[in-house]
Write a protein that binds this ligand. Structure first.
Ligand SMILES: [Mg+2]
Ligand SMILES: [Zn+2]
Length: 182
Protein backbone atom coordinates (compact mmCIF):
# COMPACT_ATOMS: atom_id res chain seq x y z
CA UNK A 1 0.00 0.00 0.00
CA UNK A 2 1.24 3.41 -0.88
CA UNK A 3 0.70 6.08 1.70
CA UNK A 4 -1.03 9.18 0.37
CA UNK A 5 1.42 12.06 0.31
CA UNK A 6 1.55 14.36 3.30
CA UNK A 7 1.82 18.03 2.50
CA UNK A 8 3.31 21.03 4.23
CA UNK A 9 2.28 24.45 2.95
CA UNK A 10 4.70 27.32 3.44
CA UNK A 11 4.46 31.06 2.86
CA UNK A 12 7.46 32.44 0.98
CA UNK A 13 8.54 35.96 2.00
CA UNK A 14 9.60 36.19 5.64
CA UNK A 15 9.51 32.40 6.07
CA UNK A 16 11.77 30.95 3.36
CA UNK A 17 13.53 34.15 2.31
CA UNK A 18 14.18 37.51 3.92
CA UNK A 19 11.26 39.82 3.36
CA UNK A 20 11.72 43.31 1.97
CA UNK A 21 9.43 46.34 2.03
CA UNK A 22 10.79 46.98 -1.46
CA UNK A 23 9.56 43.55 -2.63
CA UNK A 24 11.67 40.71 -4.02
CA UNK A 25 12.02 41.79 -7.65
CA UNK A 26 14.94 39.70 -8.91
CA UNK A 27 16.66 36.38 -8.19
CA UNK A 28 19.53 38.30 -6.55
CA UNK A 29 17.10 39.75 -4.02
CA UNK A 30 15.98 36.28 -3.00
CA UNK A 31 18.06 35.66 0.14
CA UNK A 32 17.22 32.55 2.16
CA UNK A 33 16.67 32.90 5.89
CA UNK A 34 19.35 30.77 7.61
CA UNK A 35 18.10 27.21 8.05
CA UNK A 36 15.01 27.58 5.86
CA UNK A 37 16.31 25.57 2.91
CA UNK A 38 17.57 22.92 5.34
CA UNK A 39 14.06 22.88 6.82
CA UNK A 40 12.55 22.11 3.42
CA UNK A 41 15.19 19.42 2.93
CA UNK A 42 14.27 17.92 6.31
CA UNK A 43 10.61 17.78 5.29
CA UNK A 44 11.48 16.31 1.89
CA UNK A 45 13.61 13.63 3.53
CA UNK A 46 10.66 12.74 5.75
CA UNK A 47 8.45 12.32 2.69
CA UNK A 48 6.52 15.55 3.03
CA UNK A 49 5.64 17.38 -0.14
CA UNK A 50 6.36 21.07 0.26
CA UNK A 51 4.07 23.57 -1.44
CA UNK A 52 4.67 27.32 -1.42
CA UNK A 53 1.64 29.62 -1.07
CA UNK A 54 2.54 33.27 -1.68
CA UNK A 55 1.00 36.68 -2.33
CA UNK A 56 2.98 38.45 -5.06
CA UNK A 57 1.28 41.81 -5.45
CA UNK A 58 4.52 43.15 -6.97
CA UNK A 59 3.11 41.72 -10.19
CA UNK A 60 -0.03 43.87 -10.01
CA UNK A 61 2.12 46.83 -8.95
CA UNK A 62 4.25 46.41 -12.07
CA UNK A 63 7.45 45.88 -10.09
CA UNK A 64 8.26 42.63 -11.93
CA UNK A 65 6.60 40.35 -14.45
CA UNK A 66 5.77 36.66 -14.37
CA UNK A 67 8.98 35.78 -16.23
CA UNK A 68 10.95 37.46 -13.48
CA UNK A 69 8.89 35.71 -10.82
CA UNK A 70 9.68 32.42 -12.54
CA UNK A 71 13.39 33.28 -12.44
CA UNK A 72 13.13 34.06 -8.74
CA UNK A 73 11.37 30.76 -8.16
CA UNK A 74 13.91 28.88 -10.27
CA UNK A 75 16.59 30.21 -7.90
CA UNK A 76 14.52 29.25 -4.86
CA UNK A 77 14.08 25.75 -6.25
CA UNK A 78 17.72 25.26 -7.20
CA UNK A 79 19.05 26.57 -3.87
CA UNK A 80 16.61 24.21 -2.14
CA UNK A 81 17.71 21.26 -4.27
CA UNK A 82 21.36 21.98 -3.44
CA UNK A 83 20.41 21.30 0.18
CA UNK A 84 18.56 18.11 -0.70
CA UNK A 85 15.05 19.54 -0.58
CA UNK A 86 12.29 19.79 -3.13
CA UNK A 87 9.51 22.29 -3.67
CA UNK A 88 6.60 20.39 -5.14
CA UNK A 89 4.53 23.33 -6.32
CA UNK A 90 4.19 27.07 -5.99
CA UNK A 91 0.84 28.86 -5.87
CA UNK A 92 0.96 32.64 -6.12
CA UNK A 93 -1.58 35.45 -6.13
CA UNK A 94 -0.61 38.05 -8.75
CA UNK A 95 -3.21 40.61 -7.65
CA UNK A 96 -3.03 43.79 -5.63
CA UNK A 97 -4.90 44.69 -2.45
CA UNK A 98 -7.61 46.57 -4.38
CA UNK A 99 -8.26 43.90 -7.00
CA UNK A 100 -10.80 42.06 -4.87
CA UNK A 101 -9.55 38.69 -6.02
CA UNK A 102 -10.35 35.51 -4.15
CA UNK A 103 -6.74 34.33 -3.89
CA UNK A 104 -4.85 37.09 -2.06
CA UNK A 105 -4.33 35.89 1.50
CA UNK A 106 -6.14 36.19 3.96
CA UNK A 107 -8.54 34.87 1.31
CA UNK A 108 -8.13 31.11 0.91
CA UNK A 109 -8.26 30.89 -2.90
CA UNK A 110 -4.68 29.62 -3.30
CA UNK A 111 -5.26 26.96 -0.66
CA UNK A 112 -8.54 25.94 -2.28
CA UNK A 113 -6.84 25.71 -5.69
CA UNK A 114 -4.17 23.47 -4.20
CA UNK A 115 -6.77 21.23 -2.54
CA UNK A 116 -8.75 21.00 -5.75
CA UNK A 117 -5.67 20.17 -7.87
CA UNK A 118 -4.70 17.38 -5.53
CA UNK A 119 -8.30 16.37 -4.82
CA UNK A 120 -7.61 16.35 -1.08
CA UNK A 121 -9.14 17.79 2.04
CA UNK A 122 -7.18 20.69 3.52
CA UNK A 123 -8.22 19.71 7.00
CA UNK A 124 -5.25 19.63 9.37
CA UNK A 125 -2.62 20.31 6.71
CA UNK A 126 0.11 22.50 8.24
CA UNK A 127 0.48 25.99 6.78
CA UNK A 128 3.50 27.87 8.08
CA UNK A 129 3.47 31.65 7.78
CA UNK A 130 4.75 34.86 9.35
CA UNK A 131 1.70 37.10 8.90
CA UNK A 132 -1.79 37.13 10.34
CA UNK A 133 -3.22 36.73 6.85
CA UNK A 134 -1.42 33.39 6.47
CA UNK A 135 -3.00 32.15 9.69
CA UNK A 136 -6.40 33.47 8.63
CA UNK A 137 -6.23 31.77 5.23
CA UNK A 138 -5.31 28.49 6.93
CA UNK A 139 -8.13 28.76 9.46
CA UNK A 140 -10.65 29.60 6.71
CA UNK A 141 -10.18 26.16 5.16
CA UNK A 142 -9.53 24.07 8.27
CA UNK A 143 -5.79 23.83 7.68
CA UNK A 144 -3.43 23.98 10.66
CA UNK A 145 -1.76 27.39 11.03
CA UNK A 146 1.78 27.62 12.40
CA UNK A 147 3.50 30.96 13.02
CA UNK A 148 7.23 31.61 12.70
CA UNK A 149 8.97 34.59 14.31
CA UNK A 150 11.04 35.35 11.22
CA UNK A 151 9.95 38.03 8.74
CA UNK A 152 6.88 39.81 10.11
CA UNK A 153 6.37 37.07 12.69
CA UNK A 154 7.44 39.01 15.79
CA UNK A 155 5.26 41.93 14.75
CA UNK A 156 2.36 39.55 14.13
CA UNK A 157 2.74 38.18 17.65
CA UNK A 158 2.98 41.64 19.20
CA UNK A 159 -0.09 42.90 17.36
CA UNK A 160 -2.13 39.78 18.11
CA UNK A 161 -1.35 38.81 21.72
CA UNK A 162 -4.39 36.51 21.87
CA UNK A 163 -3.19 34.20 19.11
CA UNK A 164 -3.43 30.56 20.07
CA UNK A 165 -1.45 29.03 17.20
CA UNK A 166 1.87 27.24 17.74
CA UNK A 167 4.82 29.63 17.43
CA UNK A 168 8.35 28.75 16.31
CA UNK A 169 11.61 30.65 16.08
CA UNK A 170 11.96 29.85 12.40
CA UNK A 171 11.04 27.42 9.64
CA UNK A 172 13.58 24.86 10.80
CA UNK A 173 11.99 24.63 14.25
CA UNK A 174 8.53 24.37 12.69
CA UNK A 175 9.74 21.60 10.36
CA UNK A 176 11.22 19.67 13.28
CA UNK A 177 7.89 19.97 15.09
CA UNK A 178 6.03 18.63 12.05
CA UNK A 179 8.31 15.65 11.49
CA UNK A 180 8.08 14.79 15.19
CA UNK A 181 4.44 13.96 14.49
CA UNK A 182 2.84 17.18 15.79
MG1 LIG B 1 5.23 36.30 4.58
ZN1 LIG C 1 -5.30 37.00 -6.19
Amino acid sequence: MTQPPAYVLIDRDGVINKDSDDFIKSPEEFQPIPGSLEAIALLTQHNYQVVVITNQSGLARGLFDTNMLESIHARMRSLTEEKGGKIEAIYFCPHGPDDNCSCRKPKPGLLLAFGKNKAISLSGIPFIGDSLRDLQAALAVGAKPLLVKTGKGKKTLKNNPDLTVPVFENLYDAAQFIISGQ
